[in-house]
Design a protein around this ligand. Sequence first.
Ligand code: NAP
Length: 328
Amino acid sequence: MFRGLLINKDDDTYSAGLADIDEASLPEGEVTVDVEYSTLNYKDGLAITGKSPVVRKFPMVAGIDFVGTVSDSQSDEFKVGDKVLLNGWGVGEVHWGGLAQKAKVPAKWLFQVPEGMASRQTMIIGTAGYTAMLCVQALEEQGVMPDAGEILVTGAAGGVGSIALFLLAQRGYSVVASTGRVESETAYLKSLGATEVMDRSVLSEPGRPLGKERWAGAVDVAGSHTLANVCATTRYGGVVTACGLAQGMDFPASVAPFILRGVRLIGVDSVYCPMPKRLRAWEALSQEWKAERLGELVEEIGLSEVVEYGEKILSGKVRGRLLVDVNR
Ligand SMILES: NC(=O)c1ccc[n+]([C@@H]2O[C@H](COP(=O)([O-])OP(=O)(O)OC[C@H]3O[C@@H](n4cnc5c(N)ncnc54)[C@H](OP(=O)(O)O)[C@@H]3O)[C@@H](O)[C@H]2O)c1
């Protein structure tokens, strides 16, 4: 038996709670992993509370990412004792996930923990940090370099936002942080490298099709009016990466920024991102991340606290990342 966070749905009743689960009921997969850490991402919050139809098969073990040690392997690629990492591929949505002491998954979803990184570090970064790196790499692939001008990061005090801000500042970009928590988080955001901190209300209300040009690039986690206003205020030829929906799934925008200013809107998906691209992102994270900075943006919780924190992350009360020790 192992402990896990099980989500159930019977008729109209949706529930999430700790359960003792029989190992024999683990899903199909060539590799079994003793999970050490998982994390709590915004999407896990949606899954645990049932506020959005993230989970599409029941019962479901929650958790969209994990790190751990291989305990059994039917694959030539992994052997018992290997430290492995997983982000996405539908775990915690359609395949049992990482908020549990054990996981069993297809080998092709796993990769070795990057050299020089401890397992705990990989999950402080987690899916949020890996997504942040995908956004940074997308900006650079589109030609937005540090001398291009100001880069805006929305939801800057959250997981993706904090790490995107840090990575961009480390690479020499001038980064403006947009947050709903100016009073409490300005010092934190400046310590991560923000040159300026702005209140998210400037961008979150319905706006005009075009505004004053400011951003050379942007990392947006909010969607909705925020994303529309970010596009409307991006400079000629600038690039906006969109990865989230913290304000909403809608996109109440006009085509004006795209057809009059040549603004490019780049979608970023971490879940089904091809393996070479995710390995490139993790390789860069392993080299650029300063281990000593990780402590500033993490709160560690046990598996038994996850349900309570699922509500908190959706209400925007979490700073940085939530690391989950699945063995306590
Ligand atoms: N595409 C992908 O593959 C992928 C991967 C990871 C995450 N995501 C998405 O990215 C988003 C952020 O994820 P996360 O893990 O960083 O979540 P998080 O830690 O909860 O951060 C989200 C942040 O968004 C801001 N926010 C909350 N409500 C808002 C609102 N109504 N309007 C504008 N901003 C709001 C808050 O930051 P402030 O307090 O600083 O304003 C909050 O901390 C989520 O929508 C998540 O689903 C997508």
